[in-house]
Design a protein around this ligand. Structure first.
Ligand code: ADP
Length: 300
Protein backbone atom coordinates (compact mmCIF):
# COMPACT_ATOMS: atom_id res chain seq x y z
CA UNK A 1 0.00 0.00 0.00
CA UNK A 2 1.36 3.35 -0.99
CA UNK A 3 0.15 6.89 -1.61
CA UNK A 4 1.97 8.83 -4.33
CA UNK A 5 1.41 12.56 -4.50
CA UNK A 6 2.84 14.34 -7.52
CA UNK A 7 3.15 18.05 -8.18
CA UNK A 8 -0.03 18.97 -6.37
CA UNK A 9 -0.86 22.67 -6.45
CA UNK A 10 -3.73 24.75 -5.14
CA UNK A 11 -4.30 28.48 -5.17
CA UNK A 12 -7.35 29.89 -3.38
CA UNK A 13 -9.42 32.52 -5.11
CA UNK A 14 -7.99 35.22 -2.83
CA UNK A 15 -4.54 34.47 -4.30
CA UNK A 16 -3.10 32.35 -1.47
CA UNK A 17 -0.89 29.61 -2.89
CA UNK A 18 -1.73 26.95 -0.30
CA UNK A 19 -0.02 24.06 -2.14
CA UNK A 20 2.94 24.73 -4.39
CA UNK A 21 4.05 21.69 -6.37
CA UNK A 22 3.84 19.13 -3.56
CA UNK A 23 5.35 15.72 -4.31
CA UNK A 24 5.49 13.01 -1.66
CA UNK A 25 5.73 9.24 -1.42
CA UNK A 26 3.75 8.02 1.56
CA UNK A 27 4.37 4.35 2.41
CA UNK A 28 2.40 2.10 4.75
CA UNK A 29 2.64 3.09 8.41
CA UNK A 30 2.49 6.40 10.21
CA UNK A 31 3.55 9.37 8.12
CA UNK A 32 4.01 12.72 9.84
CA UNK A 33 3.22 15.89 7.97
CA UNK A 34 4.83 18.60 10.06
CA UNK A 35 4.43 22.30 9.45
CA UNK A 36 3.45 25.56 11.16
CA UNK A 37 -0.05 27.00 11.03
CA UNK A 38 -0.83 28.11 7.52
CA UNK A 39 1.69 25.71 5.91
CA UNK A 40 -0.98 24.05 3.77
CA UNK A 41 -1.49 20.85 5.78
CA UNK A 42 -5.28 21.02 6.00
CA UNK A 43 -5.55 21.94 2.34
CA UNK A 44 -3.52 18.86 1.47
CA UNK A 45 -5.51 16.65 3.87
CA UNK A 46 -8.86 17.88 2.55
CA UNK A 47 -7.71 17.37 -1.03
CA UNK A 48 -6.63 13.79 -0.30
CA UNK A 49 -9.91 13.23 1.54
CA UNK A 50 -11.76 14.26 -1.69
CA UNK A 51 -13.34 17.26 0.01
CA UNK A 52 -11.79 19.89 -2.21
CA UNK A 53 -10.19 20.18 -5.63
CA UNK A 54 -6.56 20.75 -6.50
CA UNK A 55 -5.65 22.98 -9.47
CA UNK A 56 -3.09 20.56 -10.87
CA UNK A 57 -1.07 17.48 -10.05
CA UNK A 58 -2.07 13.96 -9.13
CA UNK A 59 -2.39 11.55 -6.22
CA UNK A 60 -2.65 7.77 -6.37
CA UNK A 61 -3.52 5.32 -3.62
CA UNK A 62 -2.18 2.10 -5.13
CA UNK A 63 -4.27 1.85 -8.31
CA UNK A 64 -6.86 4.48 -7.34
CA UNK A 65 -6.67 7.96 -8.87
CA UNK A 66 -7.46 9.96 -5.73
CA UNK A 67 -8.45 13.19 -7.48
CA UNK A 68 -10.79 11.53 -9.99
CA UNK A 69 -12.12 8.31 -8.47
CA UNK A 70 -13.61 10.00 -5.44
CA UNK A 71 -16.19 7.35 -4.60
CA UNK A 72 -13.48 4.70 -4.75
CA UNK A 73 -11.26 6.73 -2.39
CA UNK A 74 -14.11 7.28 0.04
CA UNK A 75 -14.64 3.53 0.36
CA UNK A 76 -11.08 3.18 1.62
CA UNK A 77 -10.75 6.39 3.57
CA UNK A 78 -10.99 7.19 7.27
CA UNK A 79 -10.83 10.89 8.06
CA UNK A 80 -10.58 12.78 11.30
CA UNK A 81 -10.84 16.45 10.39
CA UNK A 82 -9.46 19.30 12.44
CA UNK A 83 -12.91 20.54 13.33
CA UNK A 84 -14.93 17.50 14.21
CA UNK A 85 -18.60 18.33 14.68
CA UNK A 86 -20.46 16.05 17.06
CA UNK A 87 -24.02 15.58 18.12
CA UNK A 88 -23.55 16.51 21.77
CA UNK A 89 -26.64 14.91 23.26
CA UNK A 90 -26.31 11.52 21.60
CA UNK A 91 -24.57 8.62 23.37
CA UNK A 92 -21.27 7.58 21.79
CA UNK A 93 -22.44 4.06 21.04
CA UNK A 94 -25.61 5.27 19.31
CA UNK A 95 -23.75 7.80 17.19
CA UNK A 96 -21.04 5.35 16.18
CA UNK A 97 -23.71 2.86 15.17
CA UNK A 98 -25.35 5.57 13.08
CA UNK A 99 -22.03 6.34 11.35
CA UNK A 100 -21.54 2.60 10.75
CA UNK A 101 -24.89 2.47 8.99
CA UNK A 102 -23.89 5.44 6.82
CA UNK A 103 -20.66 3.58 5.99
CA UNK A 104 -22.78 0.71 4.69
CA UNK A 105 -22.76 -1.75 7.59
CA UNK A 106 -26.40 -2.76 7.04
CA UNK A 107 -26.67 -5.92 9.11
CA UNK A 108 -27.69 -5.01 12.70
CA UNK A 109 -25.71 -7.76 14.40
CA UNK A 110 -22.61 -7.03 12.36
CA UNK A 111 -23.02 -3.34 13.15
CA UNK A 112 -23.26 -4.04 16.88
CA UNK A 113 -20.11 -6.17 16.75
CA UNK A 114 -18.15 -3.57 14.79
CA UNK A 115 -19.22 -0.73 17.08
CA UNK A 116 -18.42 -2.70 20.23
CA UNK A 117 -14.98 -3.68 18.92
CA UNK A 118 -14.15 -0.08 18.05
CA UNK A 119 -15.35 1.25 21.41
CA UNK A 120 -13.08 -1.26 23.14
CA UNK A 121 -10.15 -0.53 20.84
CA UNK A 122 -10.38 3.20 21.54
CA UNK A 123 -10.84 2.65 25.26
CA UNK A 124 -14.30 4.19 25.30
CA UNK A 125 -16.24 1.08 26.29
CA UNK A 126 -16.93 2.24 29.85
CA UNK A 127 -18.18 5.56 28.51
CA UNK A 128 -20.27 4.26 25.63
CA UNK A 129 -23.63 5.27 27.12
CA UNK A 130 -22.54 8.82 27.88
CA UNK A 131 -23.42 11.76 25.65
CA UNK A 132 -20.51 13.17 23.67
CA UNK A 133 -20.96 16.57 25.35
CA UNK A 134 -19.62 14.97 28.54
CA UNK A 135 -16.44 13.71 26.84
CA UNK A 136 -13.00 15.22 27.50
CA UNK A 137 -10.91 16.46 24.57
CA UNK A 138 -8.96 13.22 24.48
CA UNK A 139 -12.11 11.08 24.55
CA UNK A 140 -13.62 13.09 21.69
CA UNK A 141 -10.48 12.53 19.62
CA UNK A 142 -10.56 8.81 20.39
CA UNK A 143 -14.21 8.77 19.32
CA UNK A 144 -13.07 10.56 16.15
CA UNK A 145 -10.62 7.74 15.51
CA UNK A 146 -13.31 5.13 16.15
CA UNK A 147 -15.53 6.68 13.46
CA UNK A 148 -12.53 7.04 11.10
CA UNK A 149 -11.82 3.31 11.47
CA UNK A 150 -15.32 2.23 10.36
CA UNK A 151 -15.22 0.25 7.15
CA UNK A 152 -11.57 -0.91 7.53
CA UNK A 153 -9.96 2.03 5.70
CA UNK A 154 -6.62 1.66 3.88
CA UNK A 155 -5.89 5.36 4.13
CA UNK A 156 -6.45 7.21 7.40
CA UNK A 157 -6.02 10.96 7.58
CA UNK A 158 -5.85 12.71 10.93
CA UNK A 159 -5.56 16.49 10.92
CA UNK A 160 -3.99 18.12 14.00
CA UNK A 161 -5.44 15.52 16.37
CA UNK A 162 -3.43 16.26 19.51
CA UNK A 163 -3.79 20.04 19.68
CA UNK A 164 -5.43 20.81 23.00
CA UNK A 165 -4.86 17.41 24.59
CA UNK A 166 -3.17 17.22 27.96
CA UNK A 167 0.06 15.16 28.17
CA UNK A 168 -1.61 12.00 29.44
CA UNK A 169 -4.34 12.11 26.81
CA UNK A 170 -1.72 12.73 24.16
CA UNK A 171 0.21 9.60 25.16
CA UNK A 172 -2.98 7.55 25.12
CA UNK A 173 -3.87 8.90 21.70
CA UNK A 174 -0.34 8.22 20.43
CA UNK A 175 -0.57 4.60 21.57
CA UNK A 176 -3.88 4.20 19.76
CA UNK A 177 -2.54 5.70 16.53
CA UNK A 178 0.63 3.67 16.64
CA UNK A 179 -1.34 0.41 16.96
CA UNK A 180 -3.51 1.38 13.97
CA UNK A 181 -0.57 2.48 11.85
CA UNK A 182 0.88 -0.98 11.43
CA UNK A 183 -1.28 -2.13 8.54
CA UNK A 184 -2.50 0.95 6.71
CA UNK A 185 -1.33 4.35 5.51
CA UNK A 186 -1.89 6.91 8.26
CA UNK A 187 -1.14 10.55 7.56
CA UNK A 188 -0.83 12.59 10.70
CA UNK A 189 -0.81 16.32 10.14
CA UNK A 190 0.53 18.33 13.04
CA UNK A 191 2.55 21.35 14.13
CA UNK A 192 3.71 19.45 17.24
CA UNK A 193 7.19 18.03 16.72
CA UNK A 194 6.86 15.31 19.38
CA UNK A 195 3.79 13.86 17.61
CA UNK A 196 6.09 13.05 14.71
CA UNK A 197 9.21 12.05 16.64
CA UNK A 198 7.17 9.71 18.87
CA UNK A 199 5.18 8.02 16.13
CA UNK A 200 6.42 8.33 12.58
CA UNK A 201 9.05 6.43 10.64
CA UNK A 202 8.55 8.69 7.64
CA UNK A 203 7.74 12.37 7.57
CA UNK A 204 7.78 15.59 5.62
CA UNK A 205 8.19 19.18 6.69
CA UNK A 206 5.97 21.56 4.77
CA UNK A 207 6.02 25.33 4.85
CA UNK A 208 4.29 27.88 2.63
CA UNK A 209 2.82 25.09 0.54
CA UNK A 210 6.17 23.45 -0.24
CA UNK A 211 7.91 20.28 0.91
CA UNK A 212 11.19 21.38 2.50
CA UNK A 213 12.34 17.98 3.75
CA UNK A 214 11.08 14.42 3.49
CA UNK A 215 12.29 11.08 4.75
CA UNK A 216 13.05 9.19 7.93
CA UNK A 217 13.25 11.57 10.94
CA UNK A 218 16.54 10.18 12.27
CA UNK A 219 18.19 10.29 8.85
CA UNK A 220 16.94 13.82 8.25
CA UNK A 221 18.49 15.00 11.51
CA UNK A 222 21.89 13.38 10.83
CA UNK A 223 23.30 16.23 8.66
CA UNK A 224 22.93 18.53 11.69
CA UNK A 225 25.29 16.40 13.81
CA UNK A 226 28.07 18.56 15.23
CA UNK A 227 26.44 21.77 13.97
CA UNK A 228 24.00 22.63 16.76
CA UNK A 229 25.23 24.64 19.75
CA UNK A 230 23.59 25.73 22.96
CA UNK A 231 24.09 28.71 25.25
CA UNK A 232 22.20 30.25 28.15
CA UNK A 233 21.99 34.03 27.84
CA UNK A 234 20.23 36.98 29.46
CA UNK A 235 16.93 38.16 27.99
CA UNK A 236 18.50 41.50 27.04
CA UNK A 237 21.07 39.70 24.84
CA UNK A 238 18.56 37.81 22.68
CA UNK A 239 18.22 40.39 19.91
CA UNK A 240 21.98 40.67 19.49
CA UNK A 241 22.42 36.91 19.22
CA UNK A 242 19.61 36.74 16.66
CA UNK A 243 21.44 39.25 14.53
CA UNK A 244 24.80 37.54 14.72
CA UNK A 245 23.84 33.86 14.55
CA UNK A 246 21.40 31.42 12.97
CA UNK A 247 19.22 31.02 16.06
CA UNK A 248 17.18 27.87 15.60
CA UNK A 249 15.16 28.10 18.78
CA UNK A 250 14.94 29.64 22.17
CA UNK A 251 13.68 27.92 25.28
CA UNK A 252 13.22 29.05 28.80
CA UNK A 253 14.83 26.58 31.14
CA UNK A 254 14.97 27.24 34.87
CA UNK A 255 14.17 30.88 34.17
CA UNK A 256 17.09 31.26 31.74
CA UNK A 257 17.00 31.72 27.98
CA UNK A 258 18.66 28.80 26.24
CA UNK A 259 19.50 29.32 22.59
CA UNK A 260 20.14 26.71 19.94
CA UNK A 261 22.31 27.98 17.10
CA UNK A 262 23.22 26.34 13.80
CA UNK A 263 26.84 26.76 12.79
CA UNK A 264 29.55 24.46 11.41
CA UNK A 265 32.06 25.46 14.09
CA UNK A 266 31.97 26.87 17.64
CA UNK A 267 30.01 30.17 17.41
CA UNK A 268 31.82 31.80 20.36
CA UNK A 269 33.07 31.03 23.85
CA UNK A 270 30.36 29.74 26.15
CA UNK A 271 28.51 27.68 23.55
CA UNK A 272 28.47 23.92 23.99
CA UNK A 273 27.61 21.28 21.37
CA UNK A 274 24.23 19.53 21.56
CA UNK A 275 22.93 16.37 19.98
CA UNK A 276 20.48 17.68 17.37
CA UNK A 277 16.91 16.43 17.46
CA UNK A 278 13.84 16.72 15.25
CA UNK A 279 12.88 20.03 16.79
CA UNK A 280 16.26 21.51 15.77
CA UNK A 281 15.76 20.19 12.25
CA UNK A 282 12.21 21.50 12.09
CA UNK A 283 13.01 25.05 13.16
CA UNK A 284 16.25 25.19 11.15
CA UNK A 285 14.25 24.07 8.11
CA UNK A 286 11.31 26.44 8.37
CA UNK A 287 13.64 29.35 9.13
CA UNK A 288 15.45 28.61 5.88
CA UNK A 289 18.81 27.70 7.48
CA UNK A 290 19.03 24.35 5.66
CA UNK A 291 18.75 23.44 1.99
CA UNK A 292 15.79 21.26 0.92
CA UNK A 293 16.58 17.65 1.79
CA UNK A 294 15.20 14.24 1.31
CA UNK A 295 16.55 11.30 3.29
CA UNK A 296 15.88 9.05 0.31
CA UNK A 297 18.17 11.15 -1.87
CA UNK A 298 15.65 12.82 -4.19
CA UNK A 299 15.04 16.41 -3.18
CA UNK A 300 11.54 17.73 -3.68
P1 ADP B 1 -2.49 24.50 7.84
O1 ADP B 1 -3.47 23.38 7.92
O2 ADP B 1 -1.07 24.02 7.67
O3 ADP B 1 -2.62 25.47 8.98
P2 ADP B 1 -4.12 25.50 5.64
O4 ADP B 1 -4.15 24.50 4.56
O5 ADP B 1 -5.31 25.60 6.54
O6 ADP B 1 -2.77 25.33 6.51
O7 ADP B 1 -3.88 26.93 5.00
C1 ADP B 1 -2.86 27.19 4.04
C2 ADP B 1 -2.98 28.63 3.57
O8 ADP B 1 -4.18 28.76 2.81
C3 ADP B 1 -3.09 29.65 4.71
O9 ADP B 1 -2.44 30.82 4.27
C4 ADP B 1 -4.58 29.87 4.83
O10 ADP B 1 -4.85 31.16 5.34
C5 ADP B 1 -5.05 29.72 3.40
N1 ADP B 1 -6.43 29.19 3.29
C6 ADP B 1 -6.91 28.05 3.82
N2 ADP B 1 -8.19 27.86 3.46
C7 ADP B 1 -8.52 28.91 2.67
C8 ADP B 1 -9.72 29.32 1.98
N3 ADP B 1 -10.82 28.56 2.01
N4 ADP B 1 -9.70 30.46 1.26
C9 ADP B 1 -8.56 31.22 1.21
N5 ADP B 1 -7.41 30.91 1.83
C10 ADP B 1 -7.38 29.77 2.55
Amino acid sequence: MQLEIEKLSKRYSNGTQALDNISLSVPQGMFGLLGPNGAGKSTLMRTLATLQEADSGSARLDDIDVLRQKDEVRKHLGYLPQEFGLYPKVAAETLLSHFAQLKGVENAKERRDVVQALLRQTNLWDHRKKPLASYSGGMKQRFGIAQALLGNPRLIIVDEPTAGLDPEERIRFHNLLSAIGENVVVILSTHIVSDVSDLCRQMAIIHQGRVLAAGNPTELVTPLNGRVWRKAIAGSEIAGYQQRFKVISMHLFGGRNVLHVLQDDLPEAGFEPVMPDLEDLYFATIKGFTSPTSASGAAN
